[in-house]
Design a protein around this ligand. Structure first.
Ligand code: ATP
Ligand code: MG
Length: 178
């Protein structure tokens, strides 16, 4: 019943072209892909500037931009929990049944492997540029970040005034130090 359905998790702060490339690659291997948006409850910090809902919007628009069949994926927000030992059960409670996981995170790998769910480490594509940390850094410094994310994600970030948010959050943290 778990079928050929896979799970991929990312915080997607914001969605970038690396996420799209791993989603496209993984969809060649599975019939259906569950895309979990990690730390869904977090927002308005330097490393997690966007809300879970804003990231759902980015991903939905980006997958539409890339013409990915909507019947092939599920977007599920996943809030963090305090107990690592309970985390796999928490994820399973919130997601459709799946038989394999795609993750480069070693703790995620360990927790799923302990319950005999196989984990594949996806190949990273152009990682020096296609990383959430790099996109946030460029937004902060008014450098060219637009090429690193799908056009539809540029639009969402601009619509929600995401550039201003990231720059303002950073100023706030600096001012707290002095
Ligand atoms: P951050 O720098 O904020 O941690 P990130 O780029 O590492 O962001 P995450 O939102 O943490 O992205 O999502 C991590 C998952 O996204 C990885 O496990 C991997 O599957 C996928 N991923 C991220 N970047 C790439 C990339 N350049 N190529 C392929 N997959 C990627
Ligand atoms: Mg990461």
């Amino acid at each position: 019943m778990n079928g050929n359905r896979g799970l991929l998790i990312g915080r997607m702060q914001p969605v970038h072209k690396g996420h799209i490339s791993v989603i496209l690659d993984t969809l060649k291997e599975v019939d259906e892909l569950i895309i979990g948006i990690g730390s869904a409850e977090k927002s308005h910090t330097n490393s997690n500037p966007f809300t879970g809902g804003e990231r759902i919007l980015m991903l939905t628009k980006a997958l539409r931009e890339y013409n990915i069949d909507t019947s092939r994926y599920y977007i599920i927000p996943l809030e963090d929990i305090a107990c690592n030992s309970l985390w796999v059960g928490h994820v399973k409670m919130l997601t459709p049944p799946f038989s394999k996981v795609y993750s480069g995170n070693s703790l995620v790998q360990q927790l799923f492997e302990e319950v005999n769910i196989p984990v594949t480490q996806p190949v990273l594509f152009n990682r020096t540029e296609y990383s959430g940390t790099e996109v946030r850094k460029r937004i902060l410094n008014n450098e060219n970040w637009e090429d690193l994310v799908p056009q539809s994600v540029v639009k969402v970030i601009k619509d929600i005034k995401g550039v201003e948010r990231i720059q303002k959050l950073n100023k706030k943290e600096i001012s707290e130090l002095v």
